[in-house]
Design a protein around this ligand. Sequence first.
Ligand code: MN
Length: 293
Amino acid sequence: MKLLSFDDFQIGVLRDDGIVNVTSVLPDIPRPLQCYRMNLFIEEWDTIKPEVERLAKVGLAVPVDSVRLLAPVPAPRKVYAAPANYHAHRAEMAAGAAGTEAAAGQHHSGEFGMFLKSPSSVVGPQDTILRPYEDRLIHHESELVLVMGKHGSAIPLADSLDYVFGYTCGLDITVRGPEDRSKRKSFDTFSPTGPYIITADEIADPGNLEISLWVNEDLKQHAFTKDLITDCPNLIANMSWVAATEPGDLLFTGTPDGVGEIKPGDLVSIKISDVGEMSVPVKARTGPNPERD
Ligand code: MN
């Protein structure tokens, strides 16, 4: 099943003929909390699933272009991310950054750690990436994103995929430079995700997916998730040991090689086999920069 958020945090099922609104399966939520509706929907999934499936069959669909798509989880409580999680990307970063990131080699699953991106950097498939600097290197990173389904602390490796609600496409937009990752990757609009969540039952193995990214017409990144250094089960086990998962949390699994600059006017397109695809434009961010003004 493909689930998405649209308009004022409504929830829909994407069918071939359009979107069926299934928001009514949840009780009303006060307006200030409606941005968290998808988190609640995921948390209640086992209870509401039969009614969602029924509505998805019998409901009337509206055309996709008649709504505004939001990030499928518009307000995740946490956005975990894996640093440099493909060997070829580690090699290109080491080559270009004077060895500041260690070369690939023997490792255990926790070696490369994790970082957090600001949840407020999350935007959707119809939003725009805003470049905060004219004169700094800002890169695209194409990533498989896990949408976590349940509360879980120190999730056992063998059970870890049971905690995944579904999958979506993600762009981990990054300013290159000396500052902490949490700044360089947390600017507003730096985590486009979407266009929908495909539920975990439809993805037999997240370690057997193909990722491609284009800037305009040019293929820049092409890789397979079987080449992840730390695979999805180990990422979940490691990260949930640090910070417990909550329904709707996003987990960016890391980018393959081929990262490169995005500039105002570019269109960045990501496609993940069996998961989905989206294209997001890039513009310059306007307004003051307190670091410089
Ligand atoms: Mn990344």
